[in-house]
Write a protein that binds this ligand. Structure first.
Ligand SMILES: C[S@@+](CC[C@H](N)C(=O)[O-])C[C@H]1O[C@@H](n2cnc3c(N)ncnc32)[C@H](O)[C@@H]1O
Length: 273
């Protein structure tokens, strides 16, 4: 069984794949981790319980849930291997395309966007935005390991990375004002006991007229009555002068560990002038 050799300086390119395993060719000066990953493909695994086993070169194994973010981010390349590569997560690309699509419709150059990445993790979404010309990126995540991983794997990507629950972090409000944030993105970090919708809405309220947001939310959580985010989006929709919904698109977010499609809705919106 081939082992994965994961390079620390992840260059954003999709790793070569063979039989569900990854080989990233190392280059000089990079830290290499030798492991394979096997998804636990039992039927009916709840999304919060989806798990996999990591087998290391020394024979040790470790069972982790995808939502064990702290440990997952500690292992270089593991989040990308499981979520981006094996489960083919499309949300980072989708959210970047949605935000840039709204910007293009408004005649805004990507270089003028100043984006707060909520639940940023180790920077996969930020990297997609940077590839599309966004210069100013600020991140926040409740996991200190996420910030550490972003600094380790994507140094210099974020101008600032605030660790803390997205609700009630005063530093975030200060950053929004001082860095002139005019966009929010949040990929896969609303719902499932992650970021509360009210926290997102409070931050959105701080942004100036003409601001934009892009979210990806599980399709079961996006309708009114189904979750706090569904209710919050409905409130925004009701006040159409305040927030215009430009994009509302169901898409295949990723596959489950059992190989079934998980659909999310990508939402792109613009704040009224
Ligand atoms: C599914 S991951 C998505 C990461 C990243 N957006 C991406 O697409 O690669 C969800 C992220 O939300 C973060 N998170 C969960 N609850 C949070 C909270 N209350 N405040 C801020 N971040 C949170 C987790 O630590 C994790 O990094």
């Amino acid at each position: 069984m081939p082992r994965a050799t994961v390079a620390r300086q992840y260059d954003g390119a999709a790793p070569a794949s063979a039989n569900g395993h990854t080989t990233v060719q190392p280059s000089e000066g990079e830290l290499h981790i030798d492991y394979t990953v096997k998804l636990e493909d039992g039927p009916d695994a709840d999304q919060t319980e989806e798990a996999f086993t990591v087998s290391y070169g020394d024979g040790a194994t470790e069972r982790l849930r995808i939502h064990d973010y702290t440990r997952v981010y500690e292992i270089p390349g593991l989040y990308e291997e499981v979520v981006q590569h094996q489960l083919r997560c499309a949300s980072p690309d989708k959210i970047a395309a949605v935000l840039l699509g709204v910007a293009e419709r408004e005649g805004r150059d990507p270089h003028l966007l100043r984006v707060l990445d909520l639940g940023a993790g180790n920077g996969v979404v930020g990297e997609k935005l940077r590839e599309r010309g966004v210069d100013v990126l600020v991140a926040t995540d409740s996991s200190p390991a996420a910030r550490k991983a972003a600094g380790r794997d994507r140094p210099g990507l974020y101008a600032s990375y605030v660790v803390g629950d997205s609700s009630g972090v005063p530093e975030l409000g200060t950053i929004v004002r001082e860095l002139g944030i005019n966009c929010i993105v949040c990929a896969g970090a609303l719902g499932f006991d992650h970021i509360e919708a009210g926290s997102f809405a409070e931050l959105w309220d701080l942004l100036p007229p003409g601001a934009m947001f892009a979210l990806t939310v599980h399709e079961d959580l996006v309708t009114p009555g189904s979750s706090d985010i569904g209710d919050e989006l409905e409130l925004m929709r009701a006040d159409e002068n305040a927030t215009e919904f430009v994009v509302w698109e169901r898409f295949r977010h990723r596959q489950s560990v059992a190989g079934e499609s998980i659909h999310y809705v990508a939402v792109g919106a613009l704040k009224g002038e």
